[in-house]
Design a protein around this ligand. Structure first.
Ligand code: 6GU
Length: 237
């Protein structure tokens, strides 16, 4: 899979050298490109923003640098891209579709994602109209720009790629993979600062352990996430 990021803060993407994503790149399972939007400006000040039509606070990102960037990265015009493209173009915006684990799995099936990271009060809407396949938000709060959101999505997607997670950390057991939060987990020592590990986990009874974990997952999900459907009733709890 290939991931490209277009941003006015290329240094923001230094963490892509690290950890799981960095290792996937070293193995060749993942290609990453980080691109400075100002490369595609045409004035001496390398201007990327302008004031909003209709008035209001803040600044809007000008469409021309984005159009040139996406044209160069895809090798297509916007019309060609919309007709058929290897690249899936993602615009990060708090006004986007909410990101979740199912959305991550859908993105992970694509061979190439291009993340457009806006700053200021956002990107001129014609850029998304012309180019975007997806407009995504990572939650109901406002960030200063799309960069942190793009990193969140890239990590969630990369760890779903074949061969990226070790067997020991298979993605199937994750919170949300089955619509439930994960049960609490423990390791040695068996007692720490007066707190014992639940006896059932040390019993060696694999059936009892599976039942306990299921019960803990249901309890946690009901308590912490009443918005998620209860899989035992099929209704909200
Ligand atoms: Cl994708 N961008 C910004 N600026 N804020 C956000 C967001 C994205 N998702 C949640 N808040």
């Amino acid at each position: 899979m290939r991931l490209d990021f277009v941003t006015i803060f290329p240094d923001y993407f230094a963490p892509l050298e690290l950890s799981l994503v960095g290792k996937a790149r070293e193995r060749g399972d993942l290609q990453v490109g980080v691109h400075d939007l100002r490369t595609w400006t045409d004035d001496v000040h390398r201007t990327v923003d302008d004031s909003p039509y209709g008035g209001g606070p803040g600044m809007i990102m000008k469409p021309e640098p984005w159009g040139r960037a996406l044209h160069e990265l895809t090798g297509q015009s916007a019309d060609e891209h919309r007709a058929s493209s290897a690249a899936r173009i993602v615009v990060l915006t708090p006004a986007g579709r909410p990101f979740d684990q199912a959305y991550a799995a859908d993105l992970a099936a694509s061979p190439w994602l291009i993340f457009c990271c806006g700053r200021y009060e956002g990107i001129d809407a014609r850029v998304s109209d012309a180019w975007a396949d997806d407009e995504i938000s990572i939650g109901d709060y406002v960030l200063a720009g799309g960069e942190a959101a793009a990193l969140v999505i890239a990590e969630a997607v990369a760890r779903l790629l074949p061969g990226v997670l070790g067997n020991a950390e298979s993605a199937g057991d994750d919170s949300f993979a089955d619509g439930l939060l994960e049960a609490p987990a423990y390791t040695r020592p068996p007692e720490w600062e007066g707190r014992p590990v639940p006896e059932v986990l040390r019993s060696g009874d694999h059936g009892a352990i599976a039942s306990w974990r299921r019960e803990q997952s249901l309890l946690r999900t009901r308590q912490r996430r009443p918005d998620l459907p209860d899989p035992t009733t099929g209704s909200q709890t």
